[in-house]
Design a protein. Structure first.
Length: 64
């Protein structure tokens, strides 16, 4: 039989911040897709996509 969950436990779970905390600044890291346009030797553009974890430490470096 499943464990019964009361409203206090649901509210507590909803208030928790999701994600991992940064060891430097202590803020929660948010996953973000970083898209960079790169020019190829043919003269066309290509998009490099990567997933990065953004917190207050590296926010200026990613979004600048």
């Amino acid at each position: 039989m499943a464990k019964q969950q009361d409203f206090a436990e649901k509210a507590k779970k909803g208030m928790q911040e999701k994600g991992t905390k940064c060891p430097k600044c202590g803020s929660v890291k948010t996953p973000t897709m970083y898209v960079q346009s790169v020019r190829t030797p043919d003269g066309t553009y290509r998009f490099n996509r990567s997933h990065v974890q953004v917190c207050k430490c590296n926010e200026k470096m990613v979004f600048a």
